[in-house]
Design a protein around this ligand. Structure first.
Ligand SMILES: Cc1cc2nc3c(=O)[nH]c(=O)nc-3n(C[C@H](O)[C@H](O)[C@H](O)COP(=O)(O)O)c2cc1C
Length: 341
């Protein structure tokens, strides 16, 4: 059934098709119909970051930036749903066109630039949702906040979303907000993590609950840089790392239509690079912090590969666009078939 829908959707521009799909998934969710579209995945409960997941396969950030279709995505069988990236103030993002399909490579290039309706709107959508499962809220900075003041934006979002999120993701790895990725390194990272850790302690006192904080990183890092990030996250008492966001690399798409568009590349071409980052992190973290893997899962076995590489959970984006909701079940089944460690 998704094959038919995909044929129609892929005739539209990627962004029109994205908006329409989101509307349909949202409407289906409000009517409670989405469970009828696809066979539910097997239950494969896992505990990660102190949270209980029905299964380890989640929706990656960026598809539902405003939390407009939380119930709809949950009904498709995701074990958790991450919404955002959201910024303190609404912003339009980059000029269109800004998403490109590269079907020969099962890939997408995007330079959306955190188009979103702002954190207050997102919280209204969260309040309106019926979803009781694990909800991640992914936070970022406005494009016109200078990168030296980025911490302020993250703290504004942290304060606002804290009471409503199962976990919070700090996105320092989008390639489409100038300067953002510099926050992954050295003193900038340390200052950001210290500020987040300090504010979180205050929020624990205020709300009487400790909401886990995850940091989402880029695949475009050397092993040494990855190891340094891992140590910084451990040092600051963060709760998880999400690996990875999209890549600035163009390996695997050279010469293809749209292959040289500016932005972040996702889907099949980023898979090996992302899995490599998971392996380096796993070696460095040695079980002291869970890893959530995203990047190039377009078949069930790729999800199992990420878990075997050391991840505790996985997330889908591009593979979900190309393969539809059946990929969720496939991924859960492939993970369930892994030998238990
Ligand atoms: C169109 C598009 C928009 C995205 N927007 C965000 C975002 O707002 N925040 C974020 O953390 N990641 C965002 N991502 C990255 C995905 O969450 C994911 O980390 C990345 O695409 C790799 O996974 P994939 O290969 O399964 O797509 C976006 C990806 C795409 C394709």
């Amino acid at each position: 059934m998704y094959n038919l829908a995909r044929q129609l959707l892929f005739k539209l521009s990627p962004e029109t098709s994205h908006d329409l799909s989101l509307d349909l998934i949202g409407a289906g969710g409000r009517l409670g119909l989405n469970g009828l579209l696809t066979k539910a995945p097997a239950r494969l409960p896992v505990q990660v970051m102190g949270l209980s997941f029905d299964n380890p396969v989640g929706l990656a950030a960026g598809l539902d930036k405003n939390g407009a279709a939380i119930d709809g995505f949950a009904q498709l069988g995701f074990g958790f749903v991450e919404i955002g990236t959201v910024t303190p103030r609404p912003q339009p993002g980059n000029p269109k066109p800004r998403i490109f399909r590269l079907p020969e490579a099962t890939a997408i290039i995007n330079r959306m630039g955190f188009n979103n309706l702002g954190v207050d709107n997102l919280l209204n959508r969260v309040r309106a949702s019926q979803y009781k499962g694990v909800l991640g809220i992914n936070i970022g900075k406005n494009f016109d906040t200078p990168v030296e003041r980025a911490v302020d934006d993250y703290l504004i979002c942290l304060d606002k979303v804290y009471a409503h999120a199962s976990y919070i993701t700090v996105n320092v790895s989008s390639p489409n907000t100038p300067g953002l990725r510099s926050l992954q390194f050295g003193e900038s990272l340390k200052q950001l993590l210290d500020a987040l850790a300090e504010r979180r302690e205050a929020l624990v006192g205020l709300h009487g609950k400790r909401v886990p904080v995850a940091i989402k990183i880029a695949p475009d890092m050397s092993d040494e840089e990855t190891a340094q990030v891992a140590q910084a996250l451990l040092g600051a008492g963060m709760d998880a790392v999400i690996a990875t966001n999209t890549t600035l690399g163009r390996e695997g798409v050279e010469g293809l239509a749209h292959g040289d568009e500016a932005g972040g590349l996702s889907g099949a071409p980023v898979r090996e690079r992302s899995t490599h980052i998971v392996k380096v992190l796993a070696g460095e973290l040695a079980g002291r912090m869970p890893i959530i893997a995203a990047g190039g899962i377009t078949e069930g076995k790729h999800a199992a590969e990420k878990i075997a590489a050391g991840a505790s959970l996985v997330q889908l984006y591009s593979g979900f666009i190309y393969k539809g909701p059946a990929l969720i079940r496939e991924a859960v089944d492939a993970i369930a078939a892994l030998p238990r460690t």
